[in-house]
Design a protein around this ligand. Structure first.
Ligand code: FES
Ligand code: MG
Length: 575
């Protein structure tokens, strides 16, 4: 859609001498010179800065550096505020709003006179939503990840976002930490601008954007306050003007090969399980045939190289100091698909030279990994006919093959009400099952799958149990947790049929998740009434639209009518 000047879309608004061209130009002038409308590229800066998305609150400064680069290269930048979602801020769950943010971004990009876009994100859902939108519009796009916070510290020890919240709050409950001291750690944990500094979803999705080829190579993981983030932002501004002229679109970059590389990268960093639903959704927008099973097949045997919380010891600032994401990728170079390119115009594998590892305690060598196999495993069986996932690297090895009786919870509220009941019929061999937490049932697929363990078992020293849920878990959490069970209970999945005491068998090596109940009996069972009563049934607004149209986790939980692309064609005149 872009011509030699790179301004084919905007020229359809601004070119010509008629009344409508006048309307479009005159209102936009406000000091802009006449040559702003001579056919040069107009660049949107899709900006998720918001004071209610604290992880993205610094993005206006980043946007200014992008703008400088755009001007320098002869383009015209426009700040375009986006729907912004703060992971810790919004309810019921940020995931409920990912598709809304993606839809709003898509429509705004298509409706406006822009030829290309720079996508500014950070907090968990913001980069996935913007990538989904850009893929569906199909104009040239580059991501600028906002970067992680500086390391937190407390009493000389590192303090990691998310992961250490759970740890410190447990210490308070156990009487080892006064609550006023606990409160005083808030500012030492969240020390600076930026997103979570653990290997949670934000850190993971920034790297996924880079591994997919959708950032300038080397930007992901630069801490938010680091001057180099602004240098890269400036360079991104320059590059997006070239891209507008070249016409290289997300579909040219987002190939099956680039998703292959992202899955290798995901395993090597021990990234968040949330990347699975986000990558599937992005692939769906661009028409790449990516399946849940690809995560298992491509990730299998990829070593875990990055020693970061929640699985390891360090934080994102340490990873950057140790050489950064490209140094990690260089360790697994032979597993990467050499045909995948980046927005810089060259294959990703050609960007890895010279990226050295400076600290082997943070980034391991491929032949001395933290774990030999960090891939996500896909499970199937009569409990998850369309699939479920587990991250063995975050699980207890002894539980990866396990058989035990189910203890079933029909909702998060049911779980909270009964989990610490001394009379609950549960022991360490039990399998905790939580349903009604899928995309449709909750709605929005909240991060509740890593259920708290029963207090009476905690007191006996039990630290992990097999847990099964149709929801997600935070990228900063861990345990032997089977996630994203599809179909979810509320979509007619067999999870709704499980009863207390049913034997459940998890066999990670065998890729299976089975309830040992005869088929005949299962066919005769009806979904538990207490479960169905807990499913959401919104009557208006976004929640209703979402529940009516959201797809299951195994295909990315996008809305059915948003899958695929509409393209960048300019719409009909407004006047
Ligand atoms: Fe925003 Fe973690 S809460 S990235
Ligand atoms: Mg989260």
């Amino acid at each position: 859609m872009t011509g030699p000047e790179g301004g084919a879309r905007s020229a359809q608004f601004y070119g010509g001498e008629d009344r409508n061209a006048y309307l479009h130009r005159a209102w936009m002038r406000r000091g802009m010179p006449d040559h702003a409308f001579d056919g040069r590229p107009h660049i949107a800066i899709a900006n998720t800065a918001s004071e209610l998305t604290p992880c993205n609150s610094h993005l206006d400064e980043v946007a200014q550096s992008v703008k400088n680069g755009v001007y320098e290269a002869g383009g015209i930048p426009h700040n375009l505020p986006m729907v912004s979602i703060g992971e810790t801020t919004v309810r019921t769950t940020a995931m409920l709003w990912r598709n809304m943010a993606a839809m709003a971004a898509e429509e705004l990009l298509r409706a406006n006179p822009v030829d290309a876009v720079v996508l500014l994100g950070g907090c968990d859902k913001t980069i996935p939503a913007l990538l989904m939108a850009a893929a569906s519009v199909g104009i040239p796009a580059i991501v600028v990840p906002g970067g992680p916070m500086l390391n937190g510290t407390f009493r000389g020890q590192p303090l990691g976002c998310g992961t250490d919240v759970w740890k410190l709050s447990e210490e308070v409950r156990a009487g080892g930490l006064a609550s006023d001291v606990f409160r005083s750690t808030e500012s030492s944990m969240i020390r600076s601008r930026g997103h979570c500094n653990t290997m949670g979803t934000a850190s993971t999705m920034a790297f996924m954007a880079e591994a997919l080829g959708m950032t300038l190579p080397g930007i992901a993981g630069i801490p938010a306050p680091d001057s180099r983030l602004l240098e890269y932002s400036h360079a991104t501004g320059r590059r997006i003007v070239e891209l507008a002229r070249e016409g290289l679109t997300p579909a040219d970059v987002l190939t099956k090969a680039s998703f292959h590389n992202a899955i290798v990268a995901l395993a090597a960093i021990g990234g968040s399980t949330n990347a699975v639903v986000h990558l599937l959704a992005i692939a769906g927008r661009v028409g790449v045939d990516l399946t849940l099973d690809d995560f298992d097949a491509i990730g299998e045997g990829v070593p875990l190289l990055v020693n970061l919380q929640p699985a390891g010891a360090f934080l994102m600032e340490d990873l950057f100091r140790a050489g950064g994401y490209l140094a990690v990728l260089r360790e697994v170079r032979e597993r990467l698909d050499p045909t995948a390119i980046t927005v810089a115009g060259r294959p990703l594998v050609d960007e890895l030279d010279g990226h050295q590892v400076w600290d082997r305690t943070v980034i391991r060598a491929a032949d001395e990994p933290l774990l030999p196999d960090a891939g996500i495993v896909v499970l199937r069986g009569n409990l998850a006919p369309s699939g479920a996932i587990i991250k063995p690297a975050a699980a207890t090895p002894a539980l990866l093959r396990h058989r035990g009786p189910a203890v079933v919870f029909d909702s998060v509220e049911d779980l909270r009400a009964r989990i610490d009941d001394p009379d609950l019929d549960v022991d360490e061999n039990s399998v905790l099952v939580l349903r009604g937490c899928g995309p449709r049932g909750y709605p929005g697929m909240p991060e509740v799958a890593n259920m708290p363990l029963p207090r009476k078992l905690l007191e006996r020293g039990v630290r992990d149990m097999v847990r099964i849920c149709d929801g997600r878990m935070s990228g900063t959490a861990y345990g032997t947790v089977v996630l994203h069970v599809a179909p979810e209970a509320a979509a007619g999945g067999p999870l709704a049929l499980v009863r207390d005491g049913d034997l459940i068998e998890l066999d990670v090596a065998g890729r299976s998740l089975t309830m040992l109940v005869p088929d005949e009996e299962l066919r005769a069972r009806k979904p538990a009434p207490a479960a169905t009563a807990a499913y959401a049934s919104p009557r208006r607004g976004w929640e209703q639209l979402y529940v009516q149209h959201v797809q299951q986790a195994d295909t990315g939980a996008d809305l059915d009518f948003l899958v695929g692309a509409t393209g960048p064609a300019v719409m009909r005149e407004s006047h």
